[in-house]
Ligand binder design. Structure first.
Ligand code: ADP
Ligand code: MG
Length: 399
């Protein structure tokens, strides 16, 4: 037996304590102290910045737990809302998600985003609710829907004040860097202010401690050793000399631990061995996150799978054309007994996959066919990616 509680190694698990982030949490609480004590009195806005896997999401969620816990009003009027902008990439869907999380009766369709905004404003005032909203990975929203969408959300709280009410929202924006701010118009930018909390990549020692906490909770005592955790920390921890992308990423480290534990279990081993870790590192995706892949629409996944399979056929060229991807996609649809989506829809998928950094595209100006769009996946081993996507698709289509 390797696992005591496997779910502790899942990415959405919120651990009891957050080593090396206590200070970040404390600062976040400090910024919102007055709003929590006296909701509506001020409009706090805070930006969390850091590379993937530096603990931004988990710190915000921990803060959310604190807010729910401390809301002293008997009616529980103050709520914490966490919006994932990877899933909600338009103003409309962000507003809808906020409404749903606040337990408001939000209509599914038939409204423009401006009407939705009005509706939300009214309902929140009528019910006398206050909330602290986190827009997580907000750059997906600005990349996909433009800075205007974010501008409106930033001004949401001020809208109430201009109507003689109190501030109804506090705002937390999470992003990997500050470039989304440059896209905002001047007044949104100044309204946003400059309360920024930075999340640094974790060092090897820090990763080790985070892993130790998780291992104690997730695994049986005999199933791991500190050396095994050190071995993982060595590949995942930041190093002064190394600026490799995944260094300092706690999620990458936890993912490796989970995979290594899985391999040990599958091989009938009573403990995780160094070879399991080596194997796990090889099969862990680097830039792409599996849980993000899972969130793509089914046919976008199928289209991605088609791109991967077509790229694999090309031993000597890193690129395929859009036409080739489409052809492979149609073959896959036939194989899986699915009705193919239309050409224009596939272009939408491609744009989305590109926005999310899963594929790269470029326009070729050379060649006989004139300008065509070329697609590549430079950063992941195709075999591993193919296996992940195929597994997810098959599970989804129950094949
Ligand atoms: P980000 O949002 O910055 O990409 P996350 O908050 O999702 O990163 O963290 C990635 C993973 O690492 C999650 O599983 C999270 O629980 C874990 N993690 C990050 N920082 C810590 C920490 N200080 N202590 C314990 N676990 C952490
Ligand atoms: Mg995150």
């Amino acid at each position: 037996m390797i696992f005591k509680s496997e779910s502790v190694l899942r990415p959405e698990y919120i651990p009891e304590r957050l080593p090396f982030r206590e200070d970040h949490l404390r600062r976040l609480i400090m910024y919102f102290e007055e709003f929590i004590r006296n909701p509506g009195s001020i409009y706090p806005k805070v930006i969390l910045i850091g590379k993937p896997g530096t603990g931004k999401t988990v710190t915000a969620r921990k803060f959310g737990e604190y807010v729910q816990f401390t809301d002293s009003s008997k009616l529980k009027r103050l709520k914490y809302v966490h919006v994932n902008c990877f899933i909600n990439r338009t103003l409309f869907s962000v507003l809808k998600d906020i409404g749903t999380q606040l337990g408001l009766p939000i209509p599914r369709r038939g409204f423009s985003s401006d009407e939705m905004l009005e509706l939300l404003l009214d309902m929140i005032r009528d019910r006398d609710i206050y909330s602290i909203v986190t827009l997580d990975d907000v750059f997906h929203l600005t990349n996909h829907s433009g800075a205007d969408a974010l501008g409106k959300l930033v001004k949401l709280s001020e809208e109430y004040l201009s109507r003689g009410d109190r501030y109804r929202f506090g705002l937390i924006l999470i992003s990997q860097n500050l470039s989304f701010i440059d896209q905002l118009d001047r007044s949104s930018r100044s309204s946003l202010g400059s309360a920024i909390i930075e999340f640094q990549p974790y060092s090897k020692d820090q990763i080790f401690e985070i892993l130790l906490d998780r291992a104690r909770e997730a695994l049986h005592e005999h199933a791991y050793s500190e050396e095994i955790l050190e071995m993982i920390a060595d590949v995942a921890g930041a190093d002064v000399n190394l600026t490799e992308e995944h260094r300092g990423d706690a999620r990458y480290a936890i993912d490796i631990l989970w995979r290594a534990a899985k391999l040990a279990e599958m091989n009938g081993s009573s403990r995780i061995l160094p070879e399991h870790v080596r194997e796990a590192i090889k099969s862990t995706l680097r830039g792409i996150r599996v849980e993000e892949l899972k969130l793509l629409p089914t046919h976008e996944k199928l289209f991605l799978l088609a791109i991967i399979k077509m790229l694999k056929r090309k031993e000597y060229s890193p690129y395929i054309t859009f036409g080739e991807a489409e052809e492979m996609y149609q073959m896959l649809c036939e194989e899986y007994n699915e009705t193919p989506r239309k050409h224009t829809q596939l272009w939408e998928y491609l744009k989305d996959l590109k926005d999310k950094g899963i594929v790269e595209t470029r326009i070729s100006s050379k060649g006989m066919r004139g300008r065509t769009t070329l697609i590549s996946i430079p950063s992941e081993p195709l075999n591993i990616l193919e296996q992940e996507v195929e597994d997810i698709v098959k599970r989804e289509l129950a094949i």
